[in-house]
Design a protein around this ligand. Structure first.
Ligand code: ADP
Ligand code: MG
Length: 414
């Protein structure tokens, strides 16, 4: 068979097969559904908190926390969309601006997004932050109504740049003549409060709410609801939905993960012209997603973390019993020399090892060395072949991956 007839077959099979998706868009992360099962209480609470703006009064600032995929972004957008519809109906001067701090990145860009929502142009770079803030303040006064600022993934902004901008934002009402603002902060990190100055914290958390993770039964309801509009009738079996819900609940009750499983399983079924999405498709989707997640994590590691990991990889390949912090540091230094980088201190490398442990790329275990104190035994947390296949595509590492460290020559099985 030549290439053309192979493709002909692929396309014909696709056209003749039953359709899997009715509307794939329904499974996108940023899609805000018309119905959010098991979040009625939170939606009502948020609604009650923001409702005063309909009478021209500033509402309380709100801090929303919860792990990823617990519906924080969806619920906040849902409530604010409805609020602005209501305000429009009644011709009230209420506006809101949604900013995802992690995507936007810097304080300058957060502020310029807020300015943009008030119709104020700010150059992409070049102004002092204070100048941008002045323009923002003037814009608020000119708006002469309530402006709600939604800062999603606010923990990312504060961890990277501190809480100066938040401090200014929580104080801005004191200097406004006409406008009023309220802040809705959303954090995926439950320890976020520890990063805030007490004055900022007390102002930002006038109201607070926590979104708990979903359990398997709740995820099932959510999936069934979303699946109704995403998939053609009869495509999705109940057992497949239950499995998706169970797998996502076992992690930490993440609705995003559950929806991803469903979408990828649907794509696998579509590709092989299957008529239904089965448990088998869900299982394969899980492996695919896990694989992609690890590959992405590996590709995005900083250079020094890659070299630390490569050290553990080379130790594993040499099949030696040696894999304690000191061994890894020795190989790491050698790899740095080979790569033309200056090695970090052993202490820094220890903390890189801890970070790699947290994201699951390494497994560490503290062991006692008797009189010599304690050290860490370190193993790879993912299959060796996977690391090899990612690093071989990294121009800095492709040569080093075949390198034999001096300290390992003749050391195999020692
Ligand atoms: P978070 O902001 O807490 O990380 P999201 O609000 O982004 O979580 O939710 C993740 C995904 O799950 C989104 O696609 C969202 O639409 C969906 N989702 C979350 N909770 C629900 C729910 N109760 N009903 C329907 N979809 C939901
Ligand atoms: Mg979110």
């Amino acid at each position: 068979m030549n290439d053309s007839s192979v493709l002909e077959g692929v396309f014909d099979r696709f056209l003749n097969s039953a359709r899997v998706f009715k509307d794939r868009e329904m499974l996108r992360h940023d899609y805000v559904p018309e119905n959010l099962p098991h979040r009625t209480e939170q939606i009502q609470l948020l609604g009650e908190i923001v409702a005063p703006v309909l009478k021209g009064v500033r509402c309380s600032n709100i801090l929303i926390y919860g792990k990823t995929g617990t519906g924080k972004t969806a619920a906040a957008k849902y409530v604010l969309n409805k609020l602005s519809q209501k305000a429009q109906e009644w011709r009230l001067p209420v506006r809101f601006c949604y900013v995802n701090c992690r995507w936007v990145g810097t304080e300058y860009r957060v502020l310029s997004a807020l300015c943009g929502a008030l119709g104020i142009e700010v150059p992409f770079t070049g102004l002092a932050l204070g100048e941008v803030f002045d323009r923002f303040r003037k814009g608020l006064d000119a708006h002469n109504g309530v402006f709600i600022v939604v800062l999603d993934e606010i923990d990312a902004l504060v961890k990277a740049h501190g809480d100066t901008l938040l401090y200014e934002l929580t104080r801005v009402n004191e200097v406004l003549h006409f406008g009023r603002t309220a802040i809705v902060g959303i954090s995926n990190d439950l320890r976020f409060k520890d990063f805030l100055d007490p004055r900022v914290l007390s102002s930002l958390s006038e109201e607070e709410t926590v979104f708990r993770p979903y359990d398997a039964a709740e995820l099932r309801d959510i999936l069934l609801d979303r699946a109704k509009s995403a998939f053609c009738d009869e495509v999705l079996s109940e057992s497949a939905v239950s499995l998706c819900a169970a797998l996502a609940a076992a992690e930490h009750g993440d609705a995003r993960r559950a929806l991803d499983l469903l979408r990828v399983a649907g794509e696998l079924a579509e590709r092989e012209s299957a008529e239904t999405i089965t448990e088998e498709h869900i299982r394969r989707a899980e492996r695919r997603i896990e694989h992609d997640r690890v590959v992405e994590a590996l590709e995005n590691l900083p250079a020094h973390s890659k070299l630390v990991l490569l050290g553990v990889y080379l130790l594993a390949k040499a099949n030696t019993a040696r894999a304690i912090t000191g061994d890894i540091y020795e190989i790491y230094c050698e790899l740095c020399n080979q790569a033309g980088l200056t090695p970090l201190t052993q202490r820094r490398v220890s903390s890189l090892i801890n970070e790699l442990d947290v994201i699951g790329l390494l497994n560490t275990r503290v062991v006692s060395m008797g009189r010599h104190g304690r050290t860490k035994k370190i193993r790879l947390g993912v299959p060796r072949g996977m690391i090899g296949s990612v690093f071989i595509n990294d121009e800095r590492l492709e040569r080093l991956i075949k390198y034999t460290p001096r300290c390992l020559i003749g050391a195999a099985n020692s």
